[in-house]
Design a protein around this ligand. Structure first.
Ligand SMILES: [Zn+2]
Length: 461
């Protein structure tokens, strides 16, 4: 029996999830994500992988976020020719996200060439729409809890991990002369009490666990999210202003629509016009509705849009719809991406409405250093948008507690939910401090755990 594991990304950092599992004569890639963040990390997206993509037999994508799926077009362009397994909702979301990312990169490359400011001449997109379409053709839908036989010795199955519609960890079972070995990849682990997404399945008994540790050093404050959001919406409405919520189009946007619907239904907030101004957000919300049975309330019966989003929701499909939002006077809610206000249509709304003291800007996710979101939260008196300095007279606030990620205690609870302790745990998808804090917490509880090292190859059997 041969069983090797290699960390090709997301080791000591939170992006670029890529793990290679070699089980006898089968080579499987688990996740194929983009590196995001610093320039040095982003440059890695252009580097060749240490393994020839043509030698990989299959890939598994734990969920659609680009730091787990965005490397697929390049993998396929470089010769990978196997199936890419994903749960049906993940396959649908990957389709949306890859095409959107390809278009953004094509536009950026075109713009850089036009302005002549790229250090690559000519500037090229990391992948094109044609590359994305080629990758999408490799997707194979594999529902949760349905084992797939990769070889007479090796099988794989997706188990729910919460976090995002369709998100799942992958459990591999290899049998051979040494008996049976089970290796589990957690994917991103969601919260057990998410309003919208299913809780993660219990961790099965495994020999090896590759576990994310994004919030391995943090415990989230216990706040009543509904009450806090109702308060913000009501204050904004009483000023007759717009409430702008910059959100990521897959996951967070649907979380917010669902929360607003609940508040409206229980009359904690008035029924306000809601604008969803993000083409990708509109696509992804459609996917959420199509796969509503995979959501927490899905078992309740037929799910229609009216039950999922606020009564007066307008989906802006094109630029004309988007511009019409600008003409709206009076209280309203605008959901638009990007989530950190680094790009996208939300910039047009901020540009127009930040100078107006009636406006409220609400951030619902982590705002990285250097982003406009961070500047605004830190109280910047003006921000630069599209080359112009815009004065900030709007109220800026944040809502904590709407997160797709388990915090430290929830990760520990999930690991402790297994009938038997994992033989060894490798922590990935964490900044070094978060990773080592989680390793310490696990060791303190008697687990064998360590942080994954970038590029390292571990012999498991
Ligand atoms: Zn994710």
């Amino acid at each position: 029996m041969l069983l090797n594991l290699q960390f090709l990304g997301a080791a000591g950092t939170v992006s670029g999830s890529r793990y290679l599992l070699e089980a006898d004569d089968v080579r499987v890639l688990v996740d194929c994500g983009l590196f995001q963040g610093s320039r040095a990390l982003r440059e890695r997206n252009w580097a060749d992988m240490p393994v020839d993509p043509a030698e990989i037999d299959a890939a598994f994508i734990t969920h659609a976020h680009l730091d787990h799926s965005g490397g697929l077009p390049r993998l396929v362009a470089q010769g990978f020719d196997g199936p890419v397994f994903a749960t049906p909702p993940t396959a649908d979301l990957v389709d949306n996200l890859l095409l959107d990312a390809a278009q953004i990169q094509e536009h950026e490359a075109e713009y850089a060439n036009y302005r002549g400011f790229s250090k690559h001449r000519p500037a090229r997109p990391l992948f094109t729409t044609a590359d994305a379409k080629a990758a999408i053709r490799h997707l194979r839908a594999l529902p949760f809890h349905q084992p797939f036989t990769l070889s007479p010795q090796l099988s794989a199955v997706f188990r729910r991990s919460g976090h995002l519609l369709g998100a799942g960890g992958v459990l591999f079972t290899l049998s051979g002369d040494l008996g049976t070995r089970r290796v589990m990849f957690s994917g991103d682990v969601g919260r057990s009490n998410s309003e919208l997404h299913m809780p993660p399945d219990r961790l099965p008994a495994v020999d090896y666990l590759v576990c994310e540790g994004t919030y391995g050093d943090r415990k989230r404050p216990d706040i009543d999210v509904r009450e806090a959001l109702a308060d913000i919406v009501n204050r904004s409405a009483s000023r007759d202003g717009a409430l702008i919520i910059p959100v990521f189009a897959a996951g967070r946007m649907q979380d917010m629509l669902w929360l607003l619907k609940q508040l409206e239904a229980s009359r904690q907030i008035p029924s306000l016009p809601v604008f969803v101004d993000s083409p990708l957000g509109v696509e992804c919300t459609g996917t959420y509705l199509r796969f509503a049975r995979e959501l927490k309330f899905g078992a309740l019966g037929t799910v229609t849009g009216e039950r999922v989003w606020p009564t007066h929701t307008d989906f802006c499909a094109n630029i004309v719809d988007s511009k019409n939002v600008n003409l709206h006077h009076g209280a309203c809610i605008i959901l638009s991406s990007s989530g950190m206000a680094t790009g996208g249509r939300v910039l047009f709304h901020l540009r127009k409405r930040l100078p107006d003291p009636r406006t409220t800007v609400l951030f619902v996710g982590h705002q990285a250093a250097g982003t406009r979101g961070r500047l605004l939260l830190d109280g910047a008196p003006e921000v630069k948008i599209h080359g112009r300095y815009i004065p900030v007279n709007a109220q800026v606030c944040e809502l904590q507690g709407v997160s797709g990620h388990a915090d430290r205690d929830e990760l520990l609870q999930w690991i402790e939910s297994a009938d038997a302790r994992p033989g060894e745990i490798f922590i990935t998808h964490a900044e070094p401090e978060a990773g080592s804090a989680l390793v310490d917490a696990l060791r303190g509880r008697g687990y064998r755990a360590r942080a994954a090292r970038d590029g390292e190859r571990v012999v498991l059997a």
